[in-house]
Unconditional design. Structure first.
Length: 190
């Protein structure tokens, strides 16, 4: 079973800490994988197990942040491939936004992005989990209503593109005073 949990922590300048959790244990959309992160998990797992003959490739189609359709090879005998870093460093990014619009599996960016920060990741094989952590300190007070998980991938045109893997909405929104730090931790368990 695939499980997604997002932990949002706001650390105020005054030392006050607020924590919020979003957990998704089951697949939405009538059991057909209606959310974006489950769709991407399926794409990646299918690529890992693809039957690719010597010299062949398997690819994934996606929509980049500009709304343009793109294709990237996930397994191939040449670069760029999804697992390649030919177009620059590969790293996850976490986005923070202010829209409370309902997420959709066709989302390709946050609806109203305030910031996108490079994140760190930790794999804990004993717990069968991966954690992706991104922090941001806004200079002015903001309301965080959505968070997103992005990856930078190298497409067939040898251009690095940002791809949205998840968009989750917080309800209610979280108020973050200026100068406070908000941290979003994505926890994926298998």
């Amino acid at each position: 079973m695939f499980r997604k949990e997002i932990i949002i922590v706001v650390e105020g300048k005054d030392g006050r800490v607020e924590t919020r959790r979003i957990t998704v244990d089951k697949v939405g959309d009538g059991g057909r994988g209606g959310d974006l992160v489950t769709l991407w998990a399926l794409r990646l797992i299918c690529c890992l197990f693809a039957n690719v003959p010597n010299g062949g490739s398997a690819s994934i189609s996606f929509v980049d942040l500009t709304g343009a359709g793109r294709t990237v090879g996930c397994i191939s005998y040449y670069s760029p491939s999804f697992l390649s870093s030919r177009c620059g460093g590969r790293a996850p990014f976490v986005g923070f936004g202010s829209s409370s619009a309902t997420p959709s599996r066709s989302d390709y960016r946050l609806a109203s992005e305030l910031a996108r920060v490079q994140a760190s990741y930790v794999v804990d094989e004993s717990a069968f989990e991966c954690r992706i952590v991104g922090s941001w300190t806004p200079t002015a007070s903001v309301s965080i209503c959505e968070v997103g998980l992005y990856m930078r991938v190298c497409d067939y045109e040898n251009v690095a593109r940002f791809v949205l893997f998840d968009r989750s909405v917080l309800s209610p929104c979280i108020s973050v005073p200026g100068g406070s730090t908000v941290t979003a931790t994505y926890v994926f368990r298998f």
